[in-house]
Design a protein around this ligand. Structure first.
Ligand code: BES
Ligand code: MN
Ligand code: ZN
Length: 489
């Protein structure tokens, strides 16, 4: 899709988007078009349920006096209250409407260009599609919107804001592409190859295969992958955008390219969804893309553990004990609690190698977090209040919300093993998400750490303002804002 800024209304636009604030108050763009159309807008909004509440949409078709075939009036709510996120969501909701009715070229009227850029960001995020495997699409199946022109007196400000947002949108799109990709095409080596493409943006990418990980003693990660014909990979992506002596932020992702459960196999119903079990790693990769593409002034290392959890004659068995790179041993009670095994080694590697100021991991770790929080918020676990507060704030700002969940000794005792340092599950049906988190906590030492359980938020079953149903790219926008706030200012 094309976004352009212009100072006058393009005559080939088929829809003009105008704003109406609460209590049916026409914004300047709406006033202008109202004047050209013999009061079509004021007449249309005078009666009926459209009052200008945020995100209401009213279509005025075939207006006389202008070349566009429709006016799309959008409710802004209290105009002074709209945030950047609010403008992005407006754009997302309007994009869905324009695509539904078949608009090809829309013009957004008389806004501050920077505000228009946020609106267009929402349009872009909501218009995401994953059509790689659809060979028989008819025109009606395709989104109609091809172009959005932002009509504004100060286009330069718009370009500047878009330069900040476009790399972020590309990062979100990369994450969504990776997460949407089926597991027969996106297996660990292919994931590593895709991540390696970030070197074009100046990211230093290093791929560790099984030989190297064996040397490092990553028995937990390797144990998960040992039942698969695909080779496990650890990918290290460094973006050094700040001074040499500035501290690292490490971001670690669970990259289980497919989770069958292993020998503790999952039921068949819905198992296809487990191609998304690499969404944490997908987020880390998209984040690294966004940071590099916008030349973020921060030192961030992204580390993803990519494996496939399969049942086979070489798969690990329930009861096996694995030795992690940290030296701690884990009794594998359930081979389906594999994400924490992958992260145990990836987190230890991250803190050992980079001595980061903070480490954040993202993982589709537990079904239990979906029971607790649904798909509206991700679970946040942290050993550090300051880090936790900063993440919650970034999440609120970006509309990728977090809800803090507990850690602590009593939960930690639940993963005591009779024969190893710990086991990989806690009590049946009790505090399942925390049982995963307290295991991870043992692999970060004293480093301020946060774990984001994104099992509920990485994939949605219905459209949301900034994402069509499917892979959301959750976490990229949140962490981009966190990096900007905590490492760049
Ligand atoms: N990838 C799953 C978590 C998951 C489940 C995400 C459902 C999204 C939807 C994870 O590897 C897993 O299987 N976790 C188990 C842990 C249990 C065996 C302790 C779970 O949540 O059931
Ligand atoms: Mn599992
Ligand atoms: Zn899993």
């Amino acid at each position: 899709m094309d976004f352009a800024f212009a100072t006058t209304i393009p005559d080939d636009a088929d829809a003009l988007i105008v704003g109406i604030s609460e209590n049916r108050v026409l914004r300047p763009g709406a006033e202008e078009i109202d004047g050209l159309t013999d009061g079509a807008i004021s007449k249309a909004v005078a009666t009926g349920r459209f009052t200008g509440k945020r995100d209401q949409i009213l279509d005025i078709v075939a207006p006389a006096g202008i070349s566009a075939s429709r006016i799309v009036a959008v409710g802004l709510g209290d105009f002074d209250d709209i945030t950047d996120l609010g403008r992005q969501r407006l754009g997302g909701n309007v994009a869905a409407h324009l695509n539904r009715v078949g608009v090809k070229h829309a013009a957004l009227l008389s806004v501050k260009a920077a505000h228009g850029a946020d609106f267009s960001h929402g349009v872009r995020l909501r218009s995401y599609r994953f059509d790689n495997y659809r060979t028989k699409m008819k025109d009606d199946d395709l989104p109609s919107l091809e172009r959005l022109t932002i009509v504004s007196a100060d286009p330069e400000a718009g370009e500047a804001r878009l330069a900040r947002l476009a790399p972020l949108a590309s990062g979100v799109e990369l994450t969504r592409d990776l997460v949407s990709e089926p597991a027969n095409t996106l297996y660990p080596e292919e994931f590593a190859r895709r991540a390696s493409e970030l070197s074009a943006l100046g990211v230093d990418v290093e791929v560790l295969g099984e030989a190297k990980m064996t040397e490092l003693g990553m028995g937990a990660l390797l144990g998960v992958g040992q039942g698969s014909a695909r080779e496990s990979q650890l990918v290290v992506m460094r973006w050094e955008g700040a001074a040499n002596d500035a501290p690292w932020l490490a971001v670690v992702g669970k990259g289980v390219c497919f989770d069958t459960g292993g020998i503790s196999i999952k039921p068949a119903g819905g198992m296809e969804e487990m191609k998304f079990d690499m969404a944490g790693a997908g987020c880390v990769t998209g984040l690294m893309h966004a940071l590099a593409a916008r030349s973020a002034k921060a030192n961030v290392v992204g580390i993803i553990g990519c494996v496939e959890n399969m049942p086979s004659s070489t798969a690990q068995r329930p009861g096996d004990v694995v030795t992690t790179m940290s030296g701690q041993t884990i009794e594998v009670i359930n081979t389906d609690a594999e994400g924490r095994l992958v992260l145990a080694d990836a987190l230890h590697y991250a803190v050992e190698t980079f001595k980061p100021k903070q480490v954040i991991d993202l993982a589709t770790l537990t079904g239990a977090i979906i029971v607790a929080l649904g798909s509206y918020k991700a679970g946040l676990f942290s050993n550090n209040d300051e880090l936790a507060y900063a993440l919650v704030a970034a999440g609120d700002k970006m509309g990728e919300e977090l809800w803090r969940m507990p850690l602590g000794d009593r939960y930690s005792k639940d993963i005591k093993s009779d024969i190893a340092d710990m086991k990989n599950v806690g009590k049946a049906r009790e505090a399942g998400s925390t049982a995963g988190a307290v295991l991870l906590e043992r692999f970060v030492g004293e480093t301020p750490w946060a774990h984001l359980d994104i099992a509920g938020t990485a994939w949605v079953k219905s459209d949301e303002p900034l994402t069509p149903k499917g892979a959301t790219g959750y976490g990229v926008r949140l962490l981009d804002a966190f990096v900007e706030e905590q490492y760049e200012s």
